[in-house]
Design a protein around this ligand. Structure first.
Ligand code: COI
Length: 358
């Protein structure tokens, strides 16, 4: 694999206020770009971050062949830059690609691309625990054609940017009983742009009612808990962590998987199963619902403070009384920072650029 590198001549890094990082507005100096043509990926390059030219008939703009990933690099306490479970992100990208009839991006090339890119822009990785360099790989169809069929050409791009927390405050949720996020047989499990686009109108309605996000229910009976558009959802009922199983309509979150493995390792009881919203209401009324939180790459672990379902408005226990979400967040952040031993082999040091053959 060969990556041609054109370095930016004018770094924007000195202008970044690392103590004040909103999510998703600051972008590092470089980006990786690759092209798929004649059945193979090639033309690998790293160039200064900037605008890309596109043809108005480019298929990715029209029929939704557009997928993405969200992953993070952080700095350990000793200054080593590390990725968190990069292989799993590469694999999930290719699962999404398969569902959207797009070509897989070779896992080794994915790895070399992110190592080279992040090594080059490692000065952009924030130092504070809880902040990170967010990495956004994405792929889209580039044929200049507006008939409906899979494209024969694609672009794969990775850019990065330092971020603070996605949800700086605890969030409120409202269940949705008209709109759905994903149905069985659909593409809810893929990290496809359309899953997010379709959530915007119902979310806007929820926002106007005073809620931050929607708690999506299943598409058939509006009975089972699914996820919250940008996160998987977890509940603590009595002393058990309960989360919906991933049955094809829910994104297989990497933070979700990490938390379940931490629970397994620490002997915290957990259940992955169908979760009825009525069960959550009952547990709340009985005083057994101790915590509710969303988990995701961008959000890490974000507390839910209120849930409205139909006429029932549940004010959940005060954040100070909760212990599990805080412990899980601290475990994930601690494994990333090196404060807690990485028993799982999740943390992968960013290779030194001199050692990467590009
Ligand atoms: C992530 O957690 O990386 C996500 O995919 C959420 C993103 C849409 C902001």
């Amino acid at each position: 694999m060969k990556i041609s590198i054109t370095k930016s001549s004018n770094s924007r890094l000195p202008n970044v206020d690392f103590d004040n990082l909103p999510f998703g507005r600051t972008f590092s100096d470089h980006m990786f770009v690759a092209d798929y043509k004649d059945g193979k990926w090639g033309n690998y390059k790293i160039v200064p971050f900037g605008k890309m030219e596109m043809h108005p008939a480019m298929m990715g703009l029209h029929y939704g062949q557009l997928i993405f990933e969200g992953m993070k690099a952080t700095q350990k306490e000793d200054g080593t830059p590390v990725f968190f479970r990069p292989q799993m992100h590469a694999e999930r990208l290719n699962k999404s690609a398969e569902r959207m009839m797009m070509p897989p991006f070779p896992i080794d090339d994915f790895s070399n691309a992110i190592h080279t890119l992040v090594a080059l822009d490692k000065g952009w990785i924030p130092k504070n625990e809880g902040s990170a360099l967010y990495i956004r790989p994405f792929m889209f169809a580039t044929d200049e054609f507006i008939g409906v069929r899979p494209s024969s050409t694609y672009k794969f791009v990775v850019f990065t940017g330092p971020v603070g927390p996605y949800y700086p405050k605890p969030i409120s949720l409202i269940t949705e009983q008209k709109f759905i996020r994903a149905a069985h047989g659909g593409f809810g499990e893929a990290k496809a742009a359309g899953n997010y686009g379709g959530s915007l109108l119902p979310t806007d309605i929820a926002n106007k009612k005073g809620f931050d996000q929607i708690l999506w229910l299943d598409a058939k009976e509006f009975k089972y808990v699914q996820e919250v558009g940008t996160m998987n959802l977890m509940f603590i009922i009595d002393d058990v962590l309960v989360t919906p199983s991933t049955t094809g309509t829910i994104l297989k979150g990497i933070t979700r998987d990490s938390i379940l493995k931490i629970c397994e390792n620490k002997g915290i009881k957990f259940e992955e199963r169908l979760v009825e919203i009525d069960e959550i209401v009952e547990a709340h009324l009985d005083g057994r619902l101790k915590e509710c939180f969303g988990v995701g790459t961008a959000a890490v672990v974000s507390n839910v403070i209120k849930i409205k379902h139909g006429e029932v408005e549940m004010d959940l226990p005060p954040i100070e009384k909760r212990t599990i979400a805080a412990m899980l967040k601290s475990e994930i952040n601690g494994i990333r920072s090196g404060r807690i031993k990485d028993k799982f082999g999740w943390v992968v040091p960013v290779k030194n650029i001199e050692t990467i053959s590009v």
